[in-house]
Write a protein that binds this ligand. Structure first.
Ligand code: BTN
Length: 273
């Protein structure tokens, strides 16, 4: 277990009232997710705090949220810019059976896209594997981190960052990032965003647990339509490869048509060109 100081102060708080009220209204649709919902004013990374709680026996469905992160991280070790009050920084604890685990990140991307749309009416799409975009710019991202032991997979911490308000993003991401309120030009109820994303994820997670992986993949395909059929490039063994993104397979791998045939991309970064 880590000995780093993960959060300021030694007690968590209940979530702010806008989030608590929305969760209470959605309680019957949450499928047990979102309890307990633990809130901090500032943490290093909500994923780190929740991983620590998971190692200490926290149950599936627990959520850690924070107003700000000092060491928020994204995929590929990137920094996830996490200024106070501008975004939602949330992590959800799952303890999936091995057959349900492979598609949880795909399900999470779909759920966040659906949840934002239900709560705010902003149209969003997903881009493999689970970026959520609006108007061609990234509005939310997901970082899934697995906890394993000699007995195999113990838990998955599903971290989600959603840009709610426009913020002073660093120059390297400013052109590629957007926010819900920046797109809509009006304030939104961030509590409703949290609640509807959890409600949507609960439904997809239930599909995965019931062996209905195809239902999740079909939802992903509908939301990914703007990015499928488009050219992509990626690095493989220090060589840049190119092709057309066609689909995902049953494990969530991206299928890309190249001159050499259909290639499966399991992980790594794909650039849309
Ligand atoms: C990405 O690169 O697109 C994934 C970004 C994930 C950011 C979220 S914010 C809450 C959780 N805590 C982290 O440190 N990262 C995730």
């Amino acid at each position: 277990m880590t000995s780093k100081v993960l959060f300021r102060g030694n007690t968590s708080q209940p979530p702010p009232s806008d989030i608590a009220d929305a969760l209470a209204r959605a309680a019957s649709r949450l499928g047990g997710l979102g309890w307990p919902f633990i809130w901090f004013s500032e943490v290093t990374s909500t994923n780190d705090v929740l991983a620590m709680l998971a190692d200490n026996g926290a149950a599936e469905g627990a959520v850690v949220g924070a107003e700000a992160q000092t060491a928020g991280r994204g995929r590929f070790g990137r920094v996830w810019h996490s200024p106070s009050m501008a975004g939602l920084y949330l992590s959800l604890l799952l303890r999936p059976a091995s057959y349900a685990a492979p598609l949880v990140t795909i399900a999470a991307g779909v759920a966040v896209s659906e949840g934002i749309e239900t709560a705010t009416a902003l149209q969003t799409s997903v881009k493999w594997p689970n970026d959520v975009n609006s108007g061609g710019r990234k509005i939310a991202g997901i970082l899934a981190e697995a906890g394993t032991s000699a007995n195999g997979l113990q838990h998955v911490v599903l971290g989600c960052g959603i840009n709610v308000m426009p913020a002073a993003y660093p120059p390297e991401i400013a052109q590629r990032a957007t926010s819900i309120e920046g797109e809509l030009g009006r304030r939104v109820d961030r509590g409703a965003v949290v609640a509807e994303c959890l409600v949507a994820f609960a439904a997809h997670y239930e599909h995965l647990r019931n062996g209905k992986q195809s239902a999740v993949l079909d939802s992903w395909r509908r939301r990914a339509a703007p990015s499928l059929g488009r050219r992509v490039e990626w690095e493989f063994k220090a060589v840049t490869r190119r092709g057309v993104a066609e689909d995902v397979d049953e494990s969530g791998a991206l299928l890309v048509r190249t001159d050499a045939g259909l290639e499966r991309i399991i992980s790594g970064e794909v650039r849309w060109i």
